[in-house]
Design a protein around this ligand. Structure first.
Ligand code: 5RP
Length: 227
C-alpha cells in the first residue's frame, strides 16, 4: 500500500469509532488529506450525526459539499463533543503530536480541547520516537513575525522559516521551526505560547491524542493512551 492508501485505511478505521457513538452525536473534524478521506467515507457511511464542528474552512467546505451539517463551536454545550477526528504530522509513544502542516493548528487545538476523545488517524510514517524532524508550525500575528522568529531561535536553537504566501483561516502567518529535538513537548508547548505574538504552536502535548489508529502495511494498529 502507498501512503495515501494507508491514510484512507486509517480514516476508514475511524468510522467504526464514530459508529459506536450515540446516534445524533456531534463530532469534531480536523484538517488534511487523511481527514479528507474520513469526510468522504463518513458521507457514505449511513452514520446518523447531528453534524460536525470543522477545524478549518477547507474541511467545512468538504463537509458541506457532502451535505453534512456544519455546527459552530459556539452553538454546542459543554461536553457535547464526544469525539474529534484528526491527523498528525508526527506522533510519539506518549501520544504527543506535531500538527499544523496544513496550517489549521489553532482551530484544531480549540476544537480538540473541548472534545472528550481525540482520535488520531495516521499512516505509519507519522509515528516517531522523538518529535521534531517535522518542522514545528507556529501561528503568529503578522506584525510580530520577525520578533517572534528571533525569540524562538534564541529560546530553542531551532531555525524558524516563514511559510511565505500562506495566510491562516484566522488571518495570521506561520513560522515552521526546523532543527528541534523535542524531549519535553509539554514544556516547549507552554514556553512557545508565552512569546508575545504567538497565537499557538503545533505541539499537541497538553491535549494529546487519546486513541491512535495507525495504518501499517500489515493492518491497523489501534492503541489508547494510558490513564
Ligand atoms: C493540518 C494538520 C494535519 O492533521 C496534518 O498536517 C496531517 O496532514 P495529512 O493528513 O495531510 O498528512 O495538522 O493542520
Amino acid at each position: 500500500m502507498n501512503q495515501d492508501e494507508l491514510k484512507k485505511a486509517a480514516a476508514l478505521a475511524a468510522l467504526e469509532e464514530i459508529r459506536a457513538l450515540a446516534p445524533g452525536a456531534i463530532i469534531g473534524v480536523g484538517t488534511g488529506s487523511t481527514v479528507n478521506h474520513f469526510i468522504d467515507a463518513l458521507a457514505g457511511s449511513g452514520i446518523l450525526l447531528r453534524g460536525a464542528v470543522p477545524s478549518s474552512e477547507a474541511s467545512a467546505q468538504r463537509l458541506a459539499a457532502h451535505g453534512i451539517p456544519l455546527i459552530a463551536l459556539d452553538e454546542i454545550g459543554a461536553g457535547a463533543l464526544p469525539a474529534y477526528v484528526d491527523g498528525a504530522d508526527e506522533i510519539d509513544s506518549g501520544f504527543n503530536m506535531i500538527k499544523g502542516g496544513g496550517g489549521a493548528l489553532t482551530r484544531e487545538k480549540i476544537v480538540a480541547s473541548v472534545a472528550h476523545r481525540f482520535i488520531c488517524i495516521c499512516d505509519a510514517s507519522k509515528k516517531v520516537a522523538t518529535l521534531g524532524r517535522f518542522p514545528l508550525p507556529v501561528e503568529v500575528i503578522p506584525m510580530a513575525r520577525s520578533q517572534v522568529a528571533h525569540e524562538i531561535a534564541r529560546l530553542t536553537g531551532g531555525i524558524p522559516r516563514w511559510r511565505e504566501g500562506f495566510v491562516t483561516d484566522n488571518g495570521n502567518h506561520i513560522l515552521d521551526v526546523s532543527g528541534l529535538t523535542i524531549t519535553d513537548p509539554r514544556a516547549l508547548e507552554s514556553d512557545l505560547n508565552q512569546i508575545a505574538g504567538v497565537v499557538t504552536n503545533g505541539l499537541f502535548a497538553r491535549r494529546g491524542a487519546d486513541v491512535l489508529l495507525l495504518a501499517t502495511a500489515s493492518g491497523i494498529e489501534r492503541s489508547e493512551r494510558a490513564g
